[in-house]
Design a protein around this ligand. Sequence first.
Ligand code: NDP
Length: 316
Amino acid sequence: TVVCVTGASGYIASWLVKVLLQHGYTVKATVRDLNDPKKTEHLLALDGAKERLQLFQADLLQDGSFDAVVEGCDGVFHTASPFFIHTDNPQEDLIDPAVKGTLNVLSSCSKVPSIKRVVLTSSVAAVMYNGSPLTPEVVVDESWFSDAEFCKERKLWYPLSKTLAEEAAWKFAKEKSIDMVTINPAMVIGPLLQPTLNTSARAIFSLINASTYLNITVGCVHINDVANAHILAFETPSAGGRYCISESVVHFSELVQILHKLYPSFKLPDKCIDDTPIVKYQFSKERAKELGINYTPLEEGVRETVESLKEKKFLQ
Ligand code: NDP
């Protein structure tokens, strides 16, 4: 079976490529810059890469860039999308590549009849920001959709990019009769394969040696579970729609507690950055369970993230 993975140099995609190769797939992987060893070396070193991994250059904002890559594929995993929080130019830096890039990839897919399914990496960021109150009793599920206007008002640019991209993807997939499934992960943690520090691993990294922690509550999930969810979504004929993928929902103070328990010698923050009330909520696990996901416990994910940060010398 031949599949395409877009944005293969990224945190989630690298792990997805690794697991796909382990499962015997032939992988056509796209990266933006084939000449940058930081984007390719870790992929070429994966087990099975020599035999079954081909790298292609493709850019989300270049029309037709993905045509040659998706040709001959049975499935496409579209993960490429910018993931960072701070920008002065959200339209150009986040929204255009997310939305135009997704439509660009789907447009290439629509011309290839051998493609049985497209799995799109969306996010819980495209699920939970609609202004509905979040309380400990509220269970956020796949029927929720973030509201673009709400995101704009709050300047939630990354959630806005994921919301607009997923909305546009569903519309286009319907018009072109593309079989599409979305995986909507919460904050992904676990080992890094790439040599650079990605945004979600940075969330754990930034707690270590800090004096305060952010007053935010996030869903967390292990990267291996996220990769498996993508593959199950492709392999399970009855899979469809969206799948929220989140093992647990924790306030940053709880992440600090876990780090303290695992690494008593770490300097960790002991106060919150502000004193506004803590928001708690839950994510439904039902559809993920139906898909066959058995979640890795949060503590294991935190430990493996830290061990990986040490191995990559981000931490002493
Ligand atoms: P990374 O930043 O590690 O990866 C993002 C990838 O997108 C990189 O390969 C990057 O390429 C690529 N990309 C960005 N802009 C372009 C462009 N213009 N053309 C081609 N490629 C581009 O992030 P993650 O692995 O964490 O994120 C991957 C996906 O998962 C994204 O869609 C993200 O929204 C989603 N996600 C991530 C979560 C997390 O907690 N990590 C949670 C939920 C969803 P390059 O390396 O060249 O910059």
